[in-house]
Design a protein around this ligand. Sequence first.
Ligand code: C6P
Length: 425
Amino acid sequence: MHTNADKKTTATPPVHRELDVETIRADFPILNERVNGHPLVYLDSAASSQKPRSVINALLEYYRRDNANIHRGLHTLAERATGAYEHTRTHIAKFINADEPEEIVLTRGTTEAINLLAYTWGEQNIGEGDEIVVTEMEHHANFVPWYQLAQRKGAIIRRIPITVCGHLDLSDIDTIINSRTKLVTVVHMSNVLGTINPIAEIAAKAKKHGAIVVSDGAQAAPAMPIDVKDLGVDFYAFSSHKMLGPTGVGVLYGKRHLLEAMPPFNFGGEMIQEVRFDKVTWAELPHKFEAGTPNIADVVAFDAALHYLEDLGMENIHRYERDLTAYAIERLSELPGLEIQGPRETEQRGAAVSFTDPDIHPHDISTFLDSHGIAIRAGHHCAQPLMRVLGKVATARASFYVYNDRSEVDTLVEALKDMRKYFCL
Ligand code: C6P
């Protein structure tokens, strides 16, 4: 075996260690790029993170040495590939403190994970008049599948509002979550506001009424330690590509008894136990949910991303991001008229900082910054219902990760100052 599958899965994370950003940056070849004549300043990790050399190498090594289909062949390469793929599943289970690898379903991303849930658990358990609770800050990936399910079933979507400060307003939670509630689904960290939501508190309310709890961890899993037991969730979804791993890999964690009771999502090869002309039975967990040849190479390389994050320590990453975000908010606040969305206090927020300029459209901000080599995101961030609540059509968003530092925040702020001059403001 020649992949990262050989490595030990759980190095005890170093406690309270400062991130050595200079060393980290050296691991990311893309950060040496120049864009439009400037050194790249990549502030769009909430959309997709960059990849360290270890992940890129794991991908190459897999194709160079181990490539074969999995769970099928009996030859050596097939066994190596299967071992490496399943090793990542085991690693993911440990990473989020799931009870067992069988509770980890591998998907193409968070979006597919939540669709899987809506089409399987949702179809089976949601009926007319049932209530599905979402929040006003959901990404479309954790709203549209439930909206569609509600449309199909005649169910009702209820929503937890947000406060002017960008927190969830839980003052009416005991009315919103009630005996008709079947499902409560809450984004763990907002991709627009940066808000980190009190999932455990909301889960406890939901459990009092026997509702199922889902959390969208697409932004939280890259940024902080995740313990699905402490969170009290039944299902948790996230994407590899936002946490240093390859694109095309997502995770749906689910409690075993719930996954076992759910029907399959897709049908075909590998998800069956036995197929006759008159009867088909399903494979054991988690294979029941993984029809066809999966994204083997990218799953194998995701293991290297998890190692990288663990070596840094998720607590250390969380603390570093909080510090950098506080600095970014402080510096951005210097700019006249600039409106920052989401909580100011960084205890309850992550490193996605959305802002608007009173005079310049977010798309123009993004284009101007790109001409200075700075990559941010602008638009509705796949959260149109939230944009309506905020009264915005779009925002600009800078997001930070382990390879960003204060000097890049300074570069952003100076470029934003230049931008106002450029637009004669
Ligand atoms: N947000 C952003 O720029 P996928 O695309 O399936 O990997 O992840 C979807 C998703 C779900 N939930 C949240 C909270 C997210 O932030 C995202 C992806 C990116 O904000 C792309 S829209």
